[in-house]
Design a protein around this ligand. Structure first.
Ligand code: ZN
Length: 369
């Protein structure tokens, strides 16, 4: 099985000509639709890359679950890898060259339509780590995100998932608002269990501030003052705070995904991930959170699950998605009643457990089947 991981590197706007990249993006679109267009004033090597694009898109973009930014057509490029001992792998005419001996990435004619133009970037630690894990950065892409130029590196690795040892690591993502809950299960027993929370206090505080500033900005706009120094400053502040809001949940999502995949690896456990559904949204709605917060939490939840899946594939951790309900009795399938303190009880068979533990009992059922 081939596993992929991608890294985005922002390119400098001064080094990269946005209009040039836009032209390459339209050419990629054409190539993708099977049109052959040769543009006289564009580098031939670049155009050859685009014409050959069909033969490697499958392994690059469309062969696996695309990331959101893959949906816009980025310009796919092959790479040449030069290792410390001058051993070379890849396409000699590639425009993206990864030089491991001096730790730089050279972009030839990727950023500007000038003959022999080379942009040099430091080699990200990420690449070195992926190579150490047996991966290979065969492909790269350039594209725009919010009108800013980016280079995406795609590492590929051939990996077979291991045979689970008998441990199950169940992950319940139903309520990001309460964090996520995980349980390590073995022989019908919960060996360890933890709830990993977000620091929601800080989160809400920041969110309220963004809303308040947004209103202030709305006032300025109504008075036609948004282009004043004050208006621009306010806008920049709102944008920065918004970015921070995203960063909090994003960092947490990446941190937790990596921690849990490492845990699964350690025990050679089967990863059972709760099939995130409407229940998460409903639970967040129940808590009467503002729609903006729900939207942010849901999007970071999806990011968390995506990252979990990407890492599990990369490290060969076997995983499956399974509904792990928290409101249905895992013994007799009767609907559970919620008691004070988030305790769930079954009126039919007497089963009782904290709400966030119920999914672990569902995961345990998996063990016996
Ligand atoms: Zn029951």
């Amino acid at each position: 099985m081939k596993a992929y991981r991608a890294l985005l590197i922002s390119l400098s706007k001064d080094e990269c000509n946005i209009d040039y990249i836009k032209r390459l993006i339209s050419l990629t679109n054409l190539a993708y639709r099977d049109y052959e267009a040769w543009i006289p004033d564009l580098p031939k090597t670049m155009q050859h890359q685009l014409q050959n694009f069909k033969s490697y898109t499958k392994s690059l973009v469309f062969g696996h679950t695309p990331k959101r930014w893959f949906t816009r057509t980025w310009v796919p490029l092959t790479t040449l890898r030069i290792y410390g001992d001058d051993f070379m792998k890849g396409d000699r005419s590639a425009l993206v060259v990864l030089e491991f001996r001096n730790n730089v990435i050279k972009l030839r004619q990727v950023c500007r339509n000038e003959p022999r133009y080379v942009d040099e970037l430091p080699m990200p630690r990420w690449v070195v780590d992926r190579v150490k894990e047996g991966g290979d950065v065969k492909f790269a892409m350039i594209g725009l995100k919010d009108d800013k130029p980016y280079l995406a590196l795609v590492a590929e690795r051939e990996v077979e998932p291991y045979q689970p040892s008998g441990y199950i690591l169940a992950i319940d993502v139903n309520s990001w608002g309460h964090g996520i809950a995980w349980g390590l299960i073995r022989d019908g027993r919960i060996v360890s269990y933890k709830q990993e929370g977000l620091n929601l206090g800080r989160y809400y505080g920041l969110y309220d501030e963004v809303v308040r500033l947004g209103r202030e900005y709305g006032e300025l706009m109504r008075s036609g003052l948004q282009r004043t120094t004050e208006g621009r400053r306010l806008w920049r502040r709102i944008k920065a705070m918004h970015a921070r809001l995203y960063a909090i949940t994003r960092d947490k999502a990446y941190f937790l995904a990596s921690k849990l995949v490492r845990k699964a690896l350690k025990y050679r456990a089967l990863l059972v991930i709760d099939d995130m559904s409407e229940e998460s949204r409903k639970e967040l709605l129940e808590e009467k959170l503002p729609p903006g917060v729900i939207k942010l939490l849901m999007s970071s939840l999806r990011r968390f699950i995506h990252q979990l899946e990407t890492l599990a594939q990369w490290y060969g951790v076997p995983y499956e998605f399974k509904r792990l309900p928290s409101k249905v009795c895992p013994i007799c399938y009767h609907e559970l009643t919620q008691l004070p303190g988030r305790i769930m009880a079954c009126e039919n068979c007497g089963f009782k457990a904290p709400r966030d533990m119920v999914p672990m009992y569902w995961a345990m059922k998996k063990e016996s089947t």
